[in-house]
Design a protein around this ligand. Structure first.
Ligand code: SF4
Ligand code: SF4
Length: 304
């Protein structure tokens, strides 16, 4: 469809069929990808290396996978889902790698688009940014009297204005915690982890949660935080009554420990246990235990 300059009775521009708007694009394979989880079925038996979180391991500079000549970027690689800007950066890095690899550019022209390591702003800094409104800087425009020509009307920001505009970003992909703010029972807590991606995580102190569902109503990504997030228990009987997603933290003079229930099975981990086990459950337990130790030492805990 396309717009014409003619207007209908209501004054709206008339829409007509666009000629030659239907066309075929010959492709070998078309992969439609959407959503927040990596679906890697199409790899079938390819021995591509994944990391302990199930995403494709890629070289941080070239985005090449463990299979030479195969590249991956965006939500499916390394740290998993992030921003569209990072996905675009990965795409650029992949294009550069392929051009360099295939010799399409000469050595002197070699393209180098390194992927910058993600910075994690401090929680205090992000809360400070959210505490006041920073109004948008209006993009400069040509004076109306000077527009009788083909010059641009919308002009560009100065470098300083561009930096100020970019600094208005609230980094909500890094730190959301809306659920923490709306819980009437103060049952949700934000804790910090060692991960650079998704550095800030949320846990539920299950003993305080009455399952009112308020956090689910407000979650911008349609999550159910009180069910999905790790549920920490203080009361041993309540913990024992759970079959899945239940955790108890212990702290005494001997150190920190965590007990977890997954699918009816109980696991135990000391903070000082060796961390060379790539097991997903152990990784999750370690992350939660370390997070509670660093960010929530005030929580009531059992004795190991
Ligand atoms: S369901 Fe639980 S965690 Fe969520 S808002 Fe209600 S009390 Fe808080
Ligand atoms: S569970 Fe929802 S509301 Fe809570 S931090 Fe995650 S995205 Fe935000």
């Amino acid at each position: 469809m396309q717009l014409t300059d003619d207007r209908d009775a209501s004054g709206r521009r008339v829409v007509v069929d666009a000629p030659d708007a239907d066309f075929d694009i010959p492709v070998d394979t078309l992969i439609l990808a959407i959503s927040q989880h990596a679906v890697l079925d199409f790899l079938e038996d390819e021995p591509i290396a994944l990391n302990d979180r199930g995403y494709i391991k890629v070289d941080p500079q070239t985005c090449e996978t463990s299979i030479p000549g195969i590249y991956a970027g965006g939500d499916v690689a390394n740290d998993g889902p992030a921003t569209i800007v990072k996905a675009a950066a990965a795409g650029k890095a992949i294009a550069s790698s392929i051009l360099n690899e295939k010799g399409t550019v000469t050595l002197s022209e070699k393209v180098n688009v390194p992927l910058a390591p993600p910075l994690v702003p401090s929680m205090a800094e992000m809360l400070r940014r959210r505490s006041h409104r920073e109004r948008r800087i209006r993009a400069p425009q040509t004076n109306v009297a000077e527009r009788q020509n083909f010059s641009e009307v919308m002009l560009t920001y100065t470098p300083e204005q561009a930096r100020t505009e970019a600094a208005r970003c609230l980094d909500c992909h890094t730190y959301c915690s809306i659920c923490v703010g709306v819980c009437p029972n103060l049952a949700l807590f934000t804790y910090e982890t060692d991960r650079r991606d998704q550095h800030y995580q949320v846990a539920v102190l299950a003993d305080l949660c009455n399952e009112c569902g308020n956090c689910t109503t407000f979650c911008p990504t349609s999550g159910a935080p009180y069910r999905d997030k790790p549920r920490l228990y203080v009361n041993r009987d309540d913990f024992e009554a759970q079959q899945d997603n239940a955790f108890m933290i212990f702290h005494d003079s001997d150190g920190w420990a965590i007990e977890a229930r997954f699918d009816g099975a109980t696991r135990h981990l000391e903070l000082n246990d060796p961390q060379d086990d790539p097991d997903m459950q152990q990784t999750a337990m370690y992350t939660i235990l370390k997070g509670v130790q660093q960010s929530m030492p005030f929580l009531p805990m059992g004795e190991a």
